[in-house]
Design a protein around this ligand. Sequence first.
Ligand code: ZN
Length: 328
Amino acid sequence: MTPRRKAVELHCHLDGCVLPDTIEALAREQGVELPRPAAELATVRPGCSSLIEYISAIDVALAVLQTPEALFRAATELVDQWAADGVLHGEARFAPELHLRRGLTMAEVVAAVADGLRDGAARTGVDTSLILSWMRPSPPAVSWRVVETAAANPDVIGVDIAGPEVGVPLVPHADAMRAARDAGLRVTVHAGEADTAREMWEAIDELGAERIGHGVKAVHDPVLMWRLAADTITLELCPTSNVQTTAVASLAEHPIETLRHAGVPISLSTDCRTTSGVTIEDEYRSLQAAFGWDASVWNETQGSALRAAFLPAERRPAVEERFATSVR
Ligand SMILES: [Zn+2]
């Protein structure tokens, strides 16, 4: 048996990880017509020019993820992908507001995904956590509904804000985030990907973010890097996705090494396995080629990912034990 690799994936969008074959099968079952093969529609094209274009590649998966059966299947298959990729602990996130087109309630949508993750975890032994996102352009009424839904489902451990950044302020969501924290939910926020480091300060100081999704723009703000290091606010970096969305110009110019050497806690994720067309193992090999990373650097970043994981206290010792006995 191959020894388990040490991978912890914190930033993974369920709807960006649906296998193209699954999209095809669900479309057939549901009578949804696809204009082109799912593999083409769901994977970002070379020459993608923005975060907005990247996000649009998820539309085809959203078209078929509108029933409990489809949501369950996407979730359980994500856990299979983690197991095959050496992931010991994986955190799935998605925005329930995008799955209400066929009349499901948010609570039903979340229950189907939670069931799928639990099924996958039971079959594979991968430890999983569930984070609910809402979209940044959504009105506060939506953020409040997501927080209520999250607080009511014990399978949900945290909340997140995703979606377009430029020109869409974070601060209107501050009250809902405060309610989420008061309900004991963990908080991560997408920021500093398409927009500037300034909004990362808002995510931390106004919204109480414990982790930041992407946050590559922190490299332009030395005081912010100091703050991230001092308060152990972990960045969820997704190198391939960061290049595809043009948050960084190329992998060679990715600020990951500058951030790491500045003491900023970093973690590595795929963002969207299908949209980006990568696994965690692919990311490791790319970083090895670009920056000469070896297993010790990998294990250090995976260790900081595990420390930042949204893991209930009762599950943490078992995951840490498996991490300690796994090899890169
Ligand atoms: Zn993301």
